[in-house]
Design a protein around this ligand. Structure first.
Ligand code: MSP
Length: 512
């Protein structure tokens, strides 16, 4: 097993520009990648684009462009969005790249030679939108059971992948590794799907041209999902960079719940056929909905992630994504809920903590972090509470429990706000209890710094801004937890820089 930490997002179809659902999936994976880096792991965080298949070909045709030209244009908005959202991916794979196509062809060839890919006649229904084949009995009123669109009848010679040969072994793996498919509700869904019987799947097409050719039969193009899943191997050096591959494999996959079967059934069967260890975890995220409908371009509901971040700021949106719903569950998107989070959690709780503390440092200590003084029961309690929260935070973050981890951080925010009231620095100042005042102010400043360090995976720009206000020049994204979460990192004599509030309140109707 590799010593590194490998995490992936789905690779997105380039038939249209990215929307909020894509941004969500990528942000949550980014939070985990950033956390693992700060925890000292050697991280490889991958995202990319899925550029073959009928859906992309159709979109290119509609614009009068050659498919590759269309893809070259459409990849830009994805890359721009990731830059905007401070996504820290280490690589970006496009399925039209040679490094990918070569690996797909080699894998196809090997599976054919070992008899796991074989030729047969395909007759059946196909949904272009979902790029999925459906047996007759799964159709709903003759339409695709997932998206409700009409399906088309296909009759062609096709190569099949022998999924059925591996499903029993897969079922055992799922039973032995309860954390393989998460959350548990998805695992149950996959298990009952497998138990209902998995057939061999068609993995080539002759009716379309836009794809990777079957190496030994160039009339056929490789099925887009078979091609796409292999990105997780081709980007990490499989068959061409042994060192990289063994360093990082196996991965943790983050993906939406709509594509769980591809990732939790077909993909593991492909890996077993190739004798490659299965992923560490397959984490299925939920949907953002509007009026209980999945938000999607084709349904005409558009929330543009760029406009959203223009209006509210990237960190506020990143916070909302991770704080509003438990990972894996659906969430109804609402502007008022977003504003509510900004006003209460960010402007009020976190913002006030800074806005109360920094002026006291200015007033009592000329804006210089004081030496520690005389420990009090109250300060000892703050320090031990912070240590307890840090250890729960690690436990939760290791398990991708992002929302509970944020809730822990906000317990520390609340604790620190309460500490100010109870320690009443203004009274210590008045009574000239200098040693106590120094301890109270130092501990408060240090708690704020720890909070900034803890929120950095979620809100990297905010973590940095808080560090700046405390007078620290290093970016907390560059400070590993083994030093950044140690009490006492903040040095006496550091000059603070109070700045404008991090999150001004938004005066608009909000939901609570
Ligand atoms: N290309 C395939 C993935 C191949 S991975 C080997 C694909 N692409 S996609 O662009 O259609 O969708 C990518 C992801 O975006 C899916 O996992 C999907 O769940 C997610 N989202 C799309 N709309 C969404 C919401 N409204 N809410 C949250 N995520 C959703 O599928």
């Amino acid at each position: 097993m590799g010593a590194g930490f490998y995490i992936t997002t789905p690779i997105y179809y380039v038939n249209d520009v990215p929307h909020i659902g894509h941004a969500y999936c990528t942000v949550v994976a980014d939070v985990v990648a950033r956390y693992q880096r700060l925890a000292g792991k050697d991280v490889f965080f991958l995202t990319g684009t899925d550029e073959h298949g009928q859906k992309v070909e159709k979109a290119a045709n509609a614009r009068g462009l050659a498919p590759l030209e269309h893809c070259d244009l459409m990849v830009r908005p994805f890359k721009d969005l990731w830059r905007r959202y401070q996504i820290s991916n280490d690589d970006f794979i496009r399925t039209t790249e040679e490094r990918h196509e070569r690996v797909v062809a080699k894998i196809y060839q090997r599976l054919y030679e070992q008899g796991d890919i074989f030729k047969s006649l395909y007759e059946g229904w196909y949904c272009i939108h979902e790029e999925t084949f459906w047996p007759e009995n799964r159709l709903v009123d003759g339409n695709c059971p997932d998206c409700g669109r009409p399906v088309e009848w296909l009759e062609e010679e096709s190569y099949y992948f022998r999924t059925s040969a591996y499903v029993d072994k897969l079922l055992k793996h799922i039973e032995l590794h309860p954390d393989f498919i998460r959350p548990g509700s998805r695992r149950n869904e996959v298990v009952s799907f497998i138990k209902s019987g998995v057939e061999d799947i068609s993995v080539s097409r002759t009716s379309i041209k836009w794809g990777i050719k079957v190496p030994f039969d160039t009339e056929h193009v490789i099925y887009v999902w078979f091609d796409a899943l292999i990105n997780y191997l081709s980007a990490v050096g499989y068959l061409y960079d042994e060192e990289k591959f063994t360093r990082f494999w196996p991965p943790v996959h983050f993906l939406g719940k709509d594509i769980i079967k591809f990732h939790a059934v077909i993909w593991p069967c492909m890996l077993m056929a190739l004798e490659i260890p299965l992923p560490k975890a397959i984490m299925a995220t939920g949907f953002w909905t509007l009026g209980e409908q999945k938000i999607s371009k084709s349904r005409g509901q558009v929330i543009d992630p760029i406009e959203l971040s223009d209006e509210f700021g990237v960190d506020a949106v990143r916070y909302f994504f991770t704080r509003e719903v438990p990972l894996g569950q659906d969430g109804e998107f609402s502007r008022s809920a977003l504003i509510g989070r900004i006003n209460h959690d960010l402007a009020n709780d976190l913002g006030n903590l800074l806005n109360r503390t920094l002026p006291m440092i200015e007033r009592y200590f000329d804006a210089l972090i004081p030496e520690r003084g005389e420990e009090l029961a109250l300060t000892a309690d703050l320090i031990s509470e912070s240590a307890a929260i840090i250890s729960r935070y690690h436990e939760l973050m290791e398990n991708f429990e992002l929302r509970p981890a944020l809730q822990e951080i906000w317990k520390l925010v609340a604790k620190a706000n309460k500490f100010i009231d109870e320690a009443a620095p203004w009274a210590l100042f008045k009574a000239q209890k200098d040693a106590q005042l120094r301890e109270v102010i130092y501990d408060l400043a240090e708690t704020i710094r720890i909070i900034a360090q803890l929120i950095t995976p979620f809100m990297p720009a905010t973590g940095k801004k808080i560090y700046e206000q405390l007078g620290l020049v290093a970016d907390p994204s560059d400070i590993r937890f083994d030093s950044g979460l140690v009490w006492g990192y903040l040095r006496a004599g550091t000059k603070t820089n109070r700045a404008a509030p991090l999150f001004p309140r938004i005066e608009e109707k909000e939901k609570r």
